[in-house]
Design a protein around this ligand. Structure first.
Ligand code: PLP
Length: 357
């Protein structure tokens, strides 16, 4: 982890040892110092009018992206990009919202799958059936691809027109390098009446084991007369007792000048891995996607191998491990995900072994 974050952790731990500065239960929705830092840096700095009482601090984006469906009715129809982070579908399966499973097609009868593949340039088309909830992950895990501002704006317009809610997972926002890719859905006009945004400190700042994230639910976002901000505040406060003080202080350090500079370097390090993998594989004749605005490389498996066949091939012949695309949804079949979250030297070694296959 970056030195500025470690320093903030140590300082906060020391505060806990002294009666005068000890902190017990944190405010359910997050400490003001962190919520204000988020507003200033993630939203105001990008021209988004989001206020601190629209930010809900949590222990990470997995919990939030899995739990958010609880504030919606049991008969809501969900739409997901395919392939995508599996938590969206699985949490709705557990909530009993997805109908019956077809083991042959590996799909649920009541889920609307929106294929995002090389054929549509990884931009999902509007579905034929109107959904109530639309999950969009951007930059997308696993494809590493993004939506341009105009493409995301079209989804915001669609959601507002249909009365649907977009659950926008921007966990990989820090890796965006292209100017026309928005960092927040609230950079699109009208998003505050149709979108919830989920963020993580895991990818931009290495909080995978420390645990911190947040969700934005604008006050203007309503289903009928029901405020989703009030609903989520009640849900969050009932089932969650606040992210730890020491962790929130570490989160605050992410936004300090030192923290920002150190994390910029960290992100650049991983993105150097990403471009090295992408270029190396492309030179070796692989069809590769992603890796420009995200730390994932998405490759088409060679010679018509299934995702799992390629997994075995890579493991047995090169001793390299990656993630089979089919695990992220039916349209992930025939693809494979490689991560840039590794040491540069190991990345080079793995690449050489793949090229030698
Ligand atoms: N959202 C996406 C798209 C992810 O890929 C991940 C982690 O892999 C998460 C959320 C989880 O983030 P967190 O560590 O904050 O729970």
């Amino acid at each position: 982890m970056a030195p500025a974050i470690i320093e903030a952790l140590h300082k906060a731990v020391d505060e806990m040892a002294v009666k005068e500065t000890f902190r017990g239960y944190a405010p359910d929705l997050g400490y003001d110092f962190l919520r204000n830092a988020i507003v200033e840096n993630d939203y105001k700095a990008r021209g988004c009018d989001i206020s601190a009482d629209e930010i809900f601090v949590s222990d990470g984006a997995k919990s939030d992206s899995g739990n958010i469906q609880e504030i919606f009715g049991p008969d809501c129809k969900i739409a997901v990009c395919d392939p995508v982070y599996p938590v969206y579908v699985d949490s709705n399966v557990m909530a009993g919202r997805t109908g019956t499973y077809n083991a042959t097609t590996e799909t649920w009868s009541d889920v609307i799958y929106m294929p995002t593949t090389a054929e549509n340039n990884f931009v999902p088309a509007f579905p034929e059936t109107t959904p109530d909830l639309i999950y969009i992950c951007c930059p997308n895990n696993p494809t590493g691809t993004t939506l341009k501002k105009s493409e995301l704006q079209a989804w915001v317009d669609y959601a507002n027109e249909k009365g649907a809610v977009i659950i926008y997972d921007a966990a990989y926002e820090a890796y965006i390098s292209e100017d026309d890719v928005p960092h927040s859905i609230y950079q699109c006009e009208g998003a505050k009446t149709c979108a919830i945004e989920i963020r993580s400190f895991s990818k931009n700042a290495g909080f995978t084991g420390v645990r911190l994230g947040f969700t934005v639910v604008p006050k203007e976002l309503k289903c009928g007369e029901v405020s989703l901000n009030a609903m989520w505040a009640r849900r969050h406060g009932t089932k969650f007792n606040g992210a730890p003080y020491i962790v929130q202080r570490a989160g605050e350090a992410v936004y300090s000048p030192e923290g920002k500079a150190q994390l910029k370097e960290q992100v650049a390090y991983y993105m150097k891995n990403a471009s090295t993998i992408k270029k190396g594989l492309a030179d070796a004749g692989y069809e590769v996607y992603g890796g420009v605005n995200a730390p994932y490389i998405w490759l088409k498996t060679p010679e018509g191998m299934t995702s799992w066949e390629f997994f075995d091939h890579l493991l047995e012949k090169a001793n390299v491990v990656g993630t089979p695309g089919s695990g992220f949804g039916p349209s992930g079949e025939g693809y494979f995900r490689l991560t840039a979250f590794g040491q540069y030297e190991n990345t080079l070694e793995a690449l050489e072994r793949i090229k030698a296959l």
